[in-house]
Design a protein around this ligand. Structure first.
Ligand code: SF4
Ligand code: SF4
Ligand code: SF4
Length: 230
């Protein structure tokens, strides 16, 4: 892994979400341990990303060194990941295009909510989907089944995913934890990444880019999205 990353090459053993992540270097961290492009035979590279980080390096009395091929190696890695991300988005777009295909992709869902529990952005103290809103007596289900002829169980899986998308996809960081947590191997992260990518592009929003940036959905702008509904 270290040999490959040093040269700015991808490691096939990384999780799929990491292989298509175009941020291999953290944004806004005070200090980063720089492995990409570094010559580890001569030492470990500490990169200061903020004035606080610079202060720590100064106080540790570390000497300033040139980072060698680091920038070129990072650019190479980001380019490769962006290419793979486009491939993944294209494939996912095909796999979930239209309601029928989306329902087929989510058909194995057993409504366990593991994807939501693992998601770092689903941090509500009380999730709507764990509230009593969805607790029904057995008679209720039997009544619905009788009226419709049959009832898919567990119910409301599509509602769960569409609502979760609606609640947090603008902030989806594509970490892939939802896919990892799914017992039925549903590519939840690919679907959320696809929708998140489109929505974030629309608002020119990058989750985590800046603490001063407001969430687009919390800011009403009269002159925004005026083409919708024309
Ligand atoms: S990929 Fe997105 S939806 Fe899935 S766990 Fe990460 S942040 Fe949450
Ligand atoms: S699904 Fe919605 S309500 Fe539930 S934790 Fe996520 S953002 Fe909060
Ligand atoms: S983890 Fe998988 S099975 Fe469980 S709710 Fe999420 S998508 Fe459905």
């Amino acid at each position: 892994f270290l040999d490959r990353i040093r040269e700015g090459k991808e490691d096939p053993l990384l999780r799929q979400a990491c292989q298509v992540c175009e941020y291999p270097v953290p944004m806004g961290a005070d200090l980063t341990i720089g492995l990409i492009g570094a010559n580890l035979d001569t030492g470990v590279l500490l990169v200061a990303g903020t004035p606080e980080g610079e202060k720590v390096i100064r106080e540790l009395g570390l000497e300033e060194v040139k980072a060698g091929d680091r920038e070129a190696a990072i650019a190479k890695l980001v380019g490769e990941r962006a290419r793979k991300r486009e491939e993944m988005l294209k494939q996912t777009r095909e796999e979930v295009r239209g309601l029928d295909k989306l329902m087929a992709a989510l058909a194995p869902c057993i409504n366990c909510h593991n994807c939501k529990t693992a998601c770092p952005l689903c941090y509500c103290k009380e999730c709507f989907f764990d509230s009593p809103v969805f607790e029904f007596e057995a008679e209720k289900y039997l009544g619905w089944a009788k009226r419709k002829g049959a009832l898919r169980m567990p119910s409301d899986t599509l509602l769960f995913h569409l609502t979760r998308l609606n609640h947090m996809v603008i902030s989806c960081v594509g970490c892939g934890l939802c896919t990892e947590a799914c017992p039925n191997s549903i590519p939840v992260a690919d679907i959320f990444r696809l929708v998140g990518y489109e929505v974030q592009k629309l608002f020119d929003y990058v989750p985590g880019r800046s603490l001063d940036e407001e969430l687009p959905l919390t800011t009403f702008k009269e002159e925004e999205l005026t083409d919708i509904g024309k």
